[in-house]
Design a protein around this ligand. Structure first.
Ligand code: FES
Length: 128
């Protein structure tokens, strides 16, 4: 049976997120929507809040540039923290051992969507 798609929870089409790629997203409304990023590794897709656990800066000082030069890791361009794509764990830099805040996702009919239980407002307001 085909699942209904709640268009408000769609973040992107899976085909718009190539293997190894990353892209930002905005969800919710108002002046302070949830800003996040999506990363894909093979068939796996992860979502994270776009806020570094070191000093709370957005990871992409240059909008949409989330990855290390070789594309292997997520990079915070403020002070150089590096994060594993699949776990969000900081593996080097000033917040080593801490993690990006995960945004639960689901894939439905080729679309990357927020999971049903994600409270967009709570995630957007969360302070580290
Ligand atoms: S704010 Fe990300 S490394 Fe400092």
């Amino acid at each position: 049976m085909k699942q209904e798609i709640d268009i408000a929870r769609v973040l992107c089409a899976l085909e718009d997120l190539p293997d190894g790629g990353c892209r930002g997203f905005t969800a919710g409304e108002g002046d302070w929507p949830l800003r996040g990023l999506l990363v894909r590794v093979g068939d796996e897709v992860r979502g994270y809040v776009n806020r570094c656990p070191h000093a709370g800066h957005p990871l992409d000082l240059l909008p949409g540039r989330f990855l290390s030069p070789d594309g292997a890791l997520i990079l915070c361009s403020s002070h150089g923290a590096l994060f594993d794509k699949l776990t969000g764990s900081c593996i080097a830099g000033p917040c080593a051992g801490r993690s990006l805040r995960a945004v639960p996702l689901r894939i439905v009919d080729g679309y990357v969507m927020l999971a049903d239980d994600v409270d967009v407002t709570a995630l957007a307001e969360d302070r580290l």
